[in-house]
Design a protein around this ligand. Structure first.
Ligand code: ARG
Length: 589
């Protein structure tokens, strides 16, 4: 469906043209004075300069031409030259009826030119538990991916595991200290390696931090870890067998964690998958004259004349020939281009890595890893802080494990739900889980991604205010009215959305009608917070309407059915949005 703003703008343009003015001045916007009108056009102010007359002379004529136009209840010219518009309730009801008839997309056209978009998010590190730092990437990335899918793009999410580098060597030597008898450490071993991993996820998560701490004090231990990393990267069989155990154990744990967050990935590739592409890539960068030795390291210059801050060269190989985080990211671009030919690659990463990605992107462009038709986009997010304004920590000051954070909020929600009324244990647990997820995700996504925000459990879990639970509460309220209605009667033949009879009903309808334009701009700007803002306004408008309107007691059968249709559409709009945000609503709460 055409966006309502475009429909209105067209009428105003035609009215301008009918009076001999250029239609380009007819752009209509949402009113910034909702007390006066719903939409407005300020074009006459600009047009007056071209036509050398007072602005109101133009807006007067346009208002006159719009009189009797079935789209408007009123079109008023206000000095100095504003055009204030109110929609005709019948027109608005017709628009919503058409939305309602679009069972899949609620009147939001899919994009005309679908793109293949790879989205790199999550970014967990193998053998290290997920911590809150990974939460934002997962939540924001998943939502942007769902937004893109809704708009009709081919979105491919890749978790981009941190599964390469010194951490692997540390685990290997850490394990060797504990269980030196394992065959993986015996270089002469010829047999098959055991299928069963020699550790559980719990053990693995202890080995790594212990080894990491030890390497900071014990130089010989660190040397050994570096040596093990080198040998792993150069094909030592026992170590590669260990690597696949580490990956299996870690990945199944990660999958379970992400599932709890309603987050899933199309690809489970990691940094290690990029390794085979490194030698050729480096070779070519050298041959083409881009990469050169500087202080023993291989680098590519990426600074540009217009830089206001220094952008250091992109380091390709360390002096000992080892690859780096950069090298892996560049080589990852190589296979992404070869296998998927993406039109765009989006990286959802902590904004503190922005300079790093500037280097990587410039290097990839300069050396021809990506052509001019592929966009590289950095979607950097801010820090999740505690109430003290510092990065979120456990009470003891340690790094908070994501699992504990989530289960803590589940518990909080469970208490609230069981305090309110008696519910069966299993249902209360399930509902708590659903509502807790909305609290976490909405709390995050309602902020502009690039900003830091304060993770305030009390506020996020509240059923009132701009929160996930409030949105779910509204959906549940609508569901319960619909159930009550269905229990009493079936919708009569010919039921449909009717023109608003009250201001609160019209306000609700105006909010709903913004769905398609909101979705479009939310994706264009990669801004899930716009989806949150839409549903918050929509939920408020609905609750206001609900308090002022007797729905179940409405005597006119058709009028009542019209309300029910409007409620259904409100519910569907809310549900489509929360699905994009990555959570859903329970039946009751
Ligand atoms: N594993 C990294 C970290 O924990 C994030 C990876 C981000 N993605 C990327 N392509 N570099 O910081």
């Amino acid at each position: 469906m055409e966006k309502i703003l475009d429909l209105i703008s067209r009428e105003v343009m035609e009215a301008l043209e009918a009076n001999g003015y250029d239609g380009k001045y007819g752009k209509v916007t949402l009113s910034n004075r909702p007390d006066l009108c719903e939409y407005q056009c300020n074009g006459a102010l600009a047009a007056a300069k071209e036509y050398k007359c007072a602005p109101y002379m133009i807006s007067d004529k346009v208002a006159e031409s719009l009189k009797g136009n079935p789209m408007f209840a009123s079109a008023e010219s206000v000095k100095p030259g504003f055009l204030n518009l109110k929609l005709d309730p019948g027109f608005l009801a017709g628009y919503l009826q058409e939305m309602a008839e679009d069972t899949e997309r609620l009147g939001c056209n899919p994009c005309e030119d679908p793109k293949t978009v790879m989205i790199d998010y999550g970014g967990p590190n193998v053998a290290k538990p997920l911590h809150v730092g990974h939460l934002r990437s997962a939540i924001i990335g998943e939502s942007v991916k769902r937004l893109g899918k809704f708009m009709g793009h081919n979105m491919i999410g890749d978790v981009h595991l941190g599964d390469w580098g010194l951490q692997m060597g540390l685990i290997i030597v850490g394990l060797k200290e504990q269980k030196p008898e394992l065959p993986y450490f015996d270089e002469g071993y010829q047999g098959e390696y055991p299928k069963e991993a020699p550790f559980t996820i719990g053990e693995l998560e202890e080995i790594y931090p212990a080894a990491s701490a030890k390497s900071k004090e014990d130089e010989a231990f660190k040397e050994a870890a570096m040596q093990a990393t080198y040998e792993l990267q150069h094909g030592r069989k026992g170590y590669q067998a260990l690597l696949s155990h580490i990956l299996n154990v870690s990945v199944s744990d990660l999958k379970r964690n992400y599932e709890n967050l309603n987050v899933s990935f199309e690809l489970w590739k990691g940094e290690s998958d990029a390794q085979p592409y490194i030698p050729d890539m480096v070779q070519k960068m050298k041959e083409d004259g881009f990469a050169y030795m500087s202080d023993g390291a291989l680098v590519v210059d990426v600074k540009e004349e217009t830089d206001t801050k220094e952008v250091p060269p992109c380091m390709i190989l360390k002096s000992d020939g080892a690859s780096l985080y950069n090298t892996t990211d560049l080589a990852t671009i190589v296979w992404r281009m070869e296998d998927y030919h993406p039109d765009e690659i989006i990286y959802v990463v902590d904004k503190r890595q922005e300079l790093y990605f500037t280097q990587v992107f410039r290097c990839a462009r300069k050396t021809g890893l990506v052509g001019p038709d592929t966009k590289l986009k950095f979607l950097g997010f801010g820090t999740m802080n505690g109430k003290d304004g510092k990065p979120f920590k456990t009470r003891e000051g340690g790094v908070m494990r994501l699992e504990y954070l989530v289960s803590g909020i589940n518990e909080e929600m469970y208490k609230k739900i069981t305090d309110n009324h008696t519910v069966e244990e299993a249902e209360a647990r399930e509902t708590a889980r659903t509502v807790a997820l909305s609290a976490i995700k909405y709390g995050d996504l309602s902020n502009q991604a690039s900003k830091d925000y304060i993770f305030d459990i009390d506020r996020f879990t509240s059923f009132e205010g701009n929160t996930g639970p409030y949105i779910l509460y509204t959906v549940v309220r609508i569901k319960s009215i619909l159930k009550k209605y269905q229990a009493k009667r079936a919708l009569p033949e010919g039921a449909g959305i009717l023109p608003a009879r009250s201001a609160s009903e019209k306000a609700l309808m105006l909010e709903i009608s913004k769905f398609n334009s909101m979705m479009e701009s939310a994706y264009e700007e990669m801004a899930p917070h716009k989806v949150c803002a839409y549903i918050y306004d929509l939920a408020n408008a609905f609750n206001h309407f609900y308090h002022e309107t007797k729905i179940m007691a409405e005597p006119d059968e058709m009028q009542q059915a019209g309300y029910i249709k409007l409620l259904e559409l409100t519910k569907r709009s809310l549900e489509a949005c929360i699905d994009i945000l990555g959570f859903d609503a329970p039946e009751r709460m």
